[in-house]
Design a protein around this ligand. Structure first.
Ligand code: SAH
Ligand code: SF4
Ligand code: F3S
Length: 450
């Protein structure tokens, strides 16, 4: 019997899908990438923007055809949109067999087995802490990756006014430090070299869901990072997404002291206007954000930043937008995910009119993207002539004669492989050329002029 899992949304959803694949595989299911020969189809969905829901709904609607003549097929909708719409999904998508919310994912294998015996639509939507430990499973079978993900917190208590995540993922919970370190150790034994620690509010790890950041000399998340950096075999540690105010002096110190913690920090800004930040219920000002960035820049030479920005939040004026643009220029982000505001029913900001016209959101989006491309090109060009350490990922999908890898600062580097090089090696290459997206090493034959 074959199972197909399609994932929408963030890395936490990707990780959940991997854990579910691991659980199903332990029950004898074969995981397939081909929806047409699957006996079980699972759609792990996202609700963060309207577009994310529309995309998944369209796809699942389309799956109806697979059941023609193959009635034994089971189709399920899981994750954030399942939690958000619950049993109502059975009206819109009458051909689906189950809806499984974010607190019940660990129940998937049992639910599927019961459905195979007794076909009736089922919705499991209650919250459960068991999901936290139940989701530590990995799909080691046939795995040949050097990258691993570990979810260390679940849910979010911050209630940023635009965001649906706290409603669909539930209350914030942290796993135990011991469990997380064991899991990373297990991944290392299976050949993982780079681990990504995940949580919607990842730097609040170990704080029991309290939203006030700890004193400056405290950071349970920092202590976890320091211990993870000691695990044999783990060469790199990344994390996403941290809320800015948890960057206490202690956390900054740990990052500075441990070069295995990558020199690229994703630090969601959302807006550079204090008025908008307040309306977003983000508990910092642009000045505070810049103070954290500057402390990190000072303590960790060469560190780079990426961010999330929302353009067109209700009431965002040209002046507010310019403030965002200014902060982005001052930080000098290497990368940014820029989103057009999408009202999410049930959130606080959805009660205020979505009054920035779509074309204006688009204009602001394009301006920030153009700034970003210009900046990335300048940053990448500045690396020409330097030697960079790269984690070798293997042949590039575009040109298998070249290998690709990433620097600690998350920049993609193309280089020519040499005799004896292995995937997962940390290698040094000299940069000869740069585009806004990639760096090219000087050992590539016929490297075009810059
Ligand atoms: N926990 C992460 C973000 C999770 S959602 C954090 O706090 O950084 C990922 C991103 O989606 C957010 O950072 C935000 O920029 C964007 N986003 C969330 N809700 C949105 C909405 N209603 N409209 C547009 N973008 C949104
Ligand atoms: Fe959403 Fe804010 Fe929580 Fe991030 S911190 S998931 S933006 S509520
Ligand atoms: Fe989307 Fe849920 Fe992640 S709403 S962004 S999949 S936590």
């Amino acid at each position: 019997m074959k199972a197909y899992i399609k994932t929408y949304g963030c890395q936490m959803n990707e990780r959940d899908s991997e854990a579910l694949a691991g659980m199903l595989s332990a029950r004898g299911w074969e995981i397939t990438q081909n929806e047409n020969d699957a006996d079980l189809l699972i759609f792990n969905t996202c609700s963060v923007r309207e577009q994310a829901e529309r995309k998944a709904l369209g796809k699942i609607m389309h799956m109806k055809k697979l059941k023609r003549g193959r009635e034994h097929i089971i189709i399920g909708v899981i994750g954030c949109m399942a939690q958000n719409h619950g049993e109502k999904l059975f009206q819109e998508l009458p051909h689906i067999d189950f809806v499984l919310g974010t607190g019940q994912l660990h129940e998937l294998p049992d639910l599927v087995e019961s459905l195979r015996e007794d076909r009736k639509q089922q919705a499991l939507l209650s919250n459960s802490e068991a999901v936290l430990t139940g989701m530590g499973v990995h799909l080691f079978d046939g795995m040949n990756s050097i990258f691993g993900q570990v979810a260390i917190t679940r849910g979010c208590n911050r209630f940023c006014s635009y965001c649906i995540v706290p409603y669909v993922r539930g209350r914030e919970m942290s796993r135990s430090e011991k469990d997380v370190l064991n899991e990373i150790g297990e991944l290392a034994k299976h050949g993982i070299r780079e681990v990504m620690l995940l949580g919607q509010n990842v730097a609040a790890f170990g704080l029991n869901g309290v939203i006030t950041p700890p004193p400056d000399n405290v950071s349970p998340f920092g202590e976890l990072l320091a211990k993870a950096a000691q695990i044999p075999g783990i060469e790199r540690i990344r994390f996403t997404s941290p809320y800015p105010t948890y960057f206490t002096d202690r956390l900054i110190q740990v990052i500075a002291d441990n070069p295995k913690i990558c020199r690229s920090i994703h630090l969601p800004l959302q807006s550079g206007s204090n008025r908008i930040l307040k309306a977003m219920n983000r508990h910092y000002t642009a000045e505070k954000y810049l103070e954290i960035v500057n402390k990190l820049k000072k303590a960790v030479p060469g560190i780079v930043f990426s961010t999330d920005i929302i353009v067109g939040f209700p009431g965002e004026t040209e002046e507010d937008f310019c403030a965002t643009r200014d902060v982005m220029n001052e930080v000098g982000f290497d990368n940014a995910f820029i989103f057009k505001y999408s009202p999410r029913p049930g959130t606080v900001s959805a009660k205020t009119a979505d009054n920035v016209p779509q074309e204006e959101k688009e204009r602001r989006n394009q301006i920030l993207l153009a700034d970003l491309a210009e900046r990335s090109l300048a940053h990448n060009r500045a690396l020409i002539g330097t030697v960079q350490q790269v984690l070798a990922e293997g042949p590039s999908s575009r040109n298998p004669a070249r290998w690709c890898g990433k620097t600690s600062t998350a920049k993609s580097v193309m280089f020519a492989p040499w005799e004896g090089i292995k995937i997962g090696d940390l290698v040094e290459v000299k940069i000869a050329r740069a585009s806004s997206m990639s760096l090219f090493a000087d050992n590539i034959p016929d490297l075009p002029e810059c």
